[in-house]
Design a protein around this ligand. Structure first.
Ligand code: ADP
Ligand code: ADP
Ligand code: MG
Length: 448
């Protein structure tokens, strides 16, 4: 096992990883930007080093600065968290070259699955159903013709995209060209790669994803699904497990496809296979996230497995303790992402000092965060400041527990979306679990 790990991230996920390391007796090294000197992860780690100015590119995305700290402090491994460099094959490769274990899959696999259209082709070839579409847009006129054939709406997606960016939905032919050009330009500036592909835009679908754990001994185990259909602008807001509307035989087939997908690319470490599920119980592979997921606590509650600890153990070569038949799913878990934004004012980001805060508690209530009283939320980073996760044996009880916890949560000084999440939970479509990815947009039309 590693004796010291560098955490190449910030915020709640850096804190989550430090906690896992503390329990495992692993020393932690944190890195931070000049804007993050007061951040919680800096304080909780055994050592911490400033690696540059506030902007991501000058600090958290500065690969050589990160590697320098890892080497100088004697770390054997780097945990990239999610976002930032977690799906960057060049960073994973650099770690390997410097003899530092990247806690994630092999960089070649990251590259293969990170190119979303190559991933589509790979999955199609392996027999995993994919959304009907066109693999790569090389000629706009030709792509437009194809879009006409599969029928509008279509969705233009950046091959290197992530976090809901580089995506354009096109409802009619005359908007096609502009959508491709803007998606490509956005992807070029955000990901340094403007390549785009095309899919049929499926309406009335659920986003259902499967959690995979794969070790170096060849075991690939699926830890079940998460329903992440509550989204705003293609970004998840509320996640839950299990997906109540998923039929047992469809779940079984999706789990089989998720395991097949991982085995096809000789996957190791944690990973998530994202699918769209339509009203006829047909499902389609959308993408693979080759990293730890924001919503992983939902899976931890229903399986009772600490997946961050296992991610670290697997990186150290330890065999996963559970076989597929050992995995037991119990009860229901729900997560609400708490963002510092003004839900009633076009979701304008809200920064500033936390004047007072109160975190809800009680049995099976978990709040993963990196904020604390008097902390000043810097304007440079993600607006997600915490995740509230609850668990109960029955879904109705889990929803009530979440509503009560959201009411109890107090974060004074910044606006948050907590009230909005409470309002969503009260909707009949949430209560019966039939909500689809287009629910929130409709709901928000009458909200502000
Ligand atoms: P998850 O699929 O785990 O729910 P998200 O898609 O919400 O993850 O992304 C997790 C975090 O990482 C978000 O803060 C998001 O903005 C960021 N992120 C995701 N993909 C990328 C990427 N390719 N480049 C930069 N940031 C990303
Ligand atoms: P990202 O890498 O940004 O997470 P995804 O490919 O996972 O991008 O898509 C993000 C979200 O956009 C999905 O969760 C889903 O809600 C929506 N989406 C993506 N592709 C389609 C599609 N073909 N039809 C309908 N919705 C889609
Ligand atoms: Mg996705």
């Amino acid at each position: 096992m590693f004796s010291k790990i560098l955490i190449a991230n910030r915020g709640e996920i850096a804190v989550r990883i430090i906690r896992a390391c503390n329990e495992m007796g692993i020393k932690t090294v944190a890195v931070y930007s000049e804007a993050d000197a007061q951040a919680l992860h800096v304080n909780l780690a055994d050592e911490s080093y400033c690696i540059g100015p506030a902007l991501l590119k000058d600090s958290y995305l500065n690969m050589t600065a990160l590697i320098d700290v890892a080497i100088a402090t004697g770390c054997q491994a780097v945990h990239p968290g999610y976002g930032l460099l977690s799906e960057n094959p060049r960073f994973a490769e650099l770690c390997e070259k410097c003899n530092i274990k990247f806690i994630g899959p092999d960089w070649r696999v990251i590259a293969k699955m990170g190119d979303k259209d190559e991933a589509r082709r790979t999955m199609k070839a392996a027999g995993v159903p994919v959304v009907p579409g066109l693999d790569e847009i090389t000629d706009i006129a030709e792509a437009k013709k194809f879009a006409g054939e599969i029928g509008y709406p279509v969705i233009v997606k950046a091959a290197a995209g992530g976090g809901g960016r580089g995506i354009r939905i096109v409802w009619k032919e005359e908007d096609f060209e502009n959508a491709v050009l803007t998606a490509s330009a956005e992807a070029q500036s955000a990901f340094g790669n403007g390549k785009c592909y095309l899919e049929k835009y499926l309406t009335d679908v659920k986003h259902v994803e499967m959690q995979i754990v794969a070790d170096n001994q060849g075991n690939v185990v699926c830890l079940g699904e998460r329903d992440c259909s509550m989204q705003r602008k293609n970004q998840k807001l509320i996640e839950e497990s299990p997906c109540v509307t998923l039929k047992p035989e469809v779940r079984k087939e999706m789990m089989r496809c998720a395991v097949l997908a991982a085995k096809t690319v000789n996957y190791t470490s944690l990973g998530t296979i994202e699918f769209l599920l339509d009203k006829n119980n047909k499902f389609y592979f959308m993408e693979m996230n080759t990293r730890l997921q924001v919503e992983h606590p939902v899976t931890e509650y229903v399986t009772g497995i600490d997946i961050v600890k296992w991610q670290i153990r697997i990186a150290a070569g330890i065999e996963f303790m559970y076989k597929q038949e050992d995995i037991r799913f119990r009860g229901c878990a729900v997560e609400c992402r708490i963002n510092s934004e003004d839900a009633r004012n076009n979701f304008r980001p809200s920064c500033g000092q936390i004047k007072f805060m109160h975190i809800p508690g009680g049995p099976w209530v978990r709040f993963d965060t990196a904020i604390y009283q008097d902390y000043v939320i810097p304007p440079y980073y993600d607006s997600m400041i915490g995740k509230l996760i609850v668990y109960a044996r029955e879904r109705t009880e889990a929803i009530r527990k979440m509503q009560a916890s959201l009411c109890e949560l107090v974060i004074d000084g910044v606006n948050t979306n907590a009230e909005l999440s409470g309002d969503i939970l009260a909707q009949p479509e949430f209560k019966d679990g039939t909500y689809c990815t287009n629910f929130l947009e409709k709901f928000l039309k009458n909200y502000q």
